[in-house]
Design a binder for this molecule. Structure first.
Ligand code: FES
Length: 80
């Protein structure tokens, strides 16, 4: 029976307060570690396709590196 889960990263490579781009076969994912809680968002910014996983984390928010839109990491809601 095929698994619905795939390993995309090791927790040792995602310390608290960091983010990482993950490219799977089907899409890009931005992984975040906020105080030990792991979150995943679509890596493609809805504004113009910037890589959210290369953005800057401030508290619970990620700022897109291309034009500065902000997203609440736990919910994915845009705060632009
Ligand atoms: S592509 Fe992300 S803010 Fe423009």
């Amino acid at each position: 029976m095929p698994s619905h889960f795939i390993t995309v990263a090791n927790i040792e490579n995602l310390p608290p307060g960091t983010c990482k781009n993950i490219e799977t076969q089907d899409w890009g994912i931005a992984l975040f570690n906020l105080d030990g809680q792991i979150y995943a968002l679509d890596n493609t910014c809805p504004h113009a396709g910037g890589p959210l996983g290369e953005g800057t984390i401030e508290g619970e928010h990620i700022t897109c590196p291309w034009h500065g839109w902000k997203f609440h990491i736990p919910t994915g809601i845009c705060q632009a």
